[in-house]
Design a protein around this ligand. Structure first.
Ligand code: PCA
Length: 200
């Protein structure tokens, strides 16, 4: 199977985003599945355009987007993408989102096609904290997750899509005010999650 794995670039004044750092360090093959890695700009609409182009070009069977969720203490596969965007932090274009629906004719929400329970179990078996998340927020991560789900439901019915949020790196914890995870553990956890997803 061909799996497209994407990671966001740094945003919100951070110098680093663990998402792209961890994605870059994934093996090129996981349990016989080819891993295609892609950096995505943290920009509403543009992020989805970049991923859609990669889907057209590579025609993967699965797409997993990875983003940073500062403040979380575990690797968190997301259950649902919601048709709403808002947020006061400007994206990397310097603008905030236009608050409201992402797609006027889209469903209120789309559930991931990925086996998130099995992925959480696999990450934990690898010794890394993990739990299901029921909200990817309303910022660029949920926007991308929703746009890819909308694409799947309209144009790619056989494509499986999902989103994984990861914690801050130790260097980003603002003097220990937030939990963090080492890059090595993120790579181990994501690899276990991808392997579990590909087996279903
Ligand atoms: N996290 C942000 C956007 C980019 C990223 O890595 C989010 O959770 O929306």
């Amino acid at each position: 199977m061909k799996i497209l794995v994407t990671g966001f670039d740094p945003f919100g004044g951070e110098k680093i985003n663990p998402a792209i750092e961890a994605v870059k360090r994934l093996p090129n093959e996981i349990a016989g599945n080819k891993i295609i890695k892609l950096e995505v700009p943290t920009i509403f609409y543009q992020s989805a355009d970049v991923v859609k182009k990669a889907i057209e070009k590579e025609n993967p069977e699965m797409v997993i987007n990875v983003g940073q969720a500062g403040g979380r203490g575990a690797i968190t596969p997301e259950r649902i993408a919601i048709n709403f965007q808002s947020g006061s932090t400007p994206d990397n274009s310097g603008k905030g989102p236009k608050e409201g629906k992402i797609q006027a004719d889209g469903l209120d929400g789309y559930f991931t096609q990925l086996p998130i329970k099995k992925m959480v179990t696999a990450i934990r078996h690898a010794g890394i904290p993990a739990q299901i998340s029921n909200s990817a927020g309303t910022y660029v991560c949920n926007h991308l997750f929703y746009e890819i789900q909308y694409l799947i439901h309209h144009d790619y019915p056989d494509l499986k899509g999902g989103f994984i949020h990861i914690p801050y790196l130790p260097s980003q914890t603002k003097n220990g005010r937030y939990p963090s995870m080492s890059l090595e553990n993120m790579v181990v956890g994501l690899t276990a999650a991808i392997k579990a997803a590909a087996m279903c």
